[in-house]
Design a protein around this ligand. Sequence first.
Ligand SMILES: Cc1cc2nc3c(=O)[nH]c(=O)nc-3n(C[C@H](O)[C@H](O)[C@H](O)COP(=O)(O)OP(=O)(O)OC[C@H]3O[C@@H](n4cnc5c(N)ncnc54)[C@H](O)[C@@H]3O)c2cc1C
Length: 431
Amino acid sequence: MRRIVIVGAGLTGLSAAYHLCARGAEPMVLERSGTVGGACRTLTREGFHFDLTGHLLHLAREESHELLRALGVRGALRPHRRRAGIALAGTVTPYPIQINTYRLPREIRRECVLGFVEAHARASGRGEAPASFAAWALDRFGEGFARHFFLPYNRKLFCTDPAELTTEWVGRYVPRPEVADVIAGAFGLYRTPVGYNAAFLYPKVGGIQIVADALARSLPAVRLGCQVRSVRLGAREVELESGETLGWDALVATAPLSHLAAMTADLPAAARAAAARLRAVAVVNLNLGVRGPAPRREHWLYVPEERFPFYRVGIPSNHGRVAPPGCHTLSVEVSVPAGAPVPAGLRERCLAGLAELGLLRDAGDVAVVEEVRLDPAYAIFDAVRPAAVAALRDAFRAAGVTVAGRWAEWKYSTMEDALWDGAAVARRLAR
Ligand SMILES: Cc1cc2nc3c(=O)[nH]c(=O)nc-3n(C[C@H](O)[C@H](O)[C@H](O)COP(=O)(O)OP(=O)(O)OC[C@H]3O[C@@H](n4cnc5c(N)ncnc54)[C@H](O)[C@@H]3O)c2cc1C
């Protein structure tokens, strides 16, 4: 039988193994961590369950529900309609801002609506899309929306000048309304839910880990605590931290592309040069278990203003039972360049920012703090990314390695995508 080795037991690796097993293969999954799930893990501390930042299942495909049913986990998930807001100019207005300016101060509201109408009058959206995200945001949404939300928010999230970002990723993530919708939104009259994340599923009890656990239960074995130290393409081997060497006929790599390149001893020089061009940000995620009721009803808030260190704050206990009775949880997300140290005093600045936004009444109410880091968290979509990713993907594929998943393909994608990326790998290897 062909030896198939899968590096990583996140949703992509687990799903690849699950679908390979269904086709009669016997893949070996190697996971460096002590638990499965990758970015979709849940940490439990003193009765609080913390996901690694908000992890909500936005399902666009009917077969995803079928897969979750087959895994026996669909019944454990509850549907929700998004309650998200944007904290801006001392107030909170519902997300998305394009159709919800009505709670903003009048001057900002006027700038947003006027800018949108002016952009529309310039025939925006009907010509060729501008190459940079900054130009695209101005062209599609106008001066006000760009200045108050799109530019500062994305500058903070990607730690990058929005003029350096491209627009390949915006399609499903940034909805563009009609003029009538923007005007309705300025009066609080727009009601239809929009965007890829308007609805979601989340476990009734506990965190998102249950999805990965359900996949892992269906597999014969996952080797945990098993870090791959190096990959040798010519010899078709991986070497583990323990010194053990494993041969493979097909390798599925779900570790970040930049890490994979660094650990591959005999990667062609052109591919190694391409890896040096990949850029990403890491997310420092401060999880707080807090005594008392949640300060607001939203599931999460976007925070574009520069004076706050975080770009988003979640209130996960508003959509799941993740805190002991009488308590709630906050999930604070801060971007830093991949590999960069956590800025000094970050935790104190986050707590002060939460207090200023009315999200933390008293620092003395914080019962548990759990800081985690996702690194990389967001690939930076810049002009060099497409060619660099293609060069690496092709070099690996030529050597029998399939790169799959959000970080191995250096893309922006969801848990649902990871489940189907894994299924696609199984189909390809079965051919
Ligand atoms: C901040 C943030 C918020 C998100 N929110 C959502 C959301 O709300 N909804 C949603 O659908 N998606 C969300 N996502 C996306 C989601 O997390 C990913 O799409 C999904 O987790 C990708 O899974 P993966 O298996 O490809 O990668 P991973 O989960 O990273 O899995 C890769 C695995 O490989 C292992 N590994 C790495 N190197 C080695 C090695 N050398 N040896 C052995 N094992 C190794 C890692 O430990 C890891 O377990 C979010 C992502 C981020 C960053």
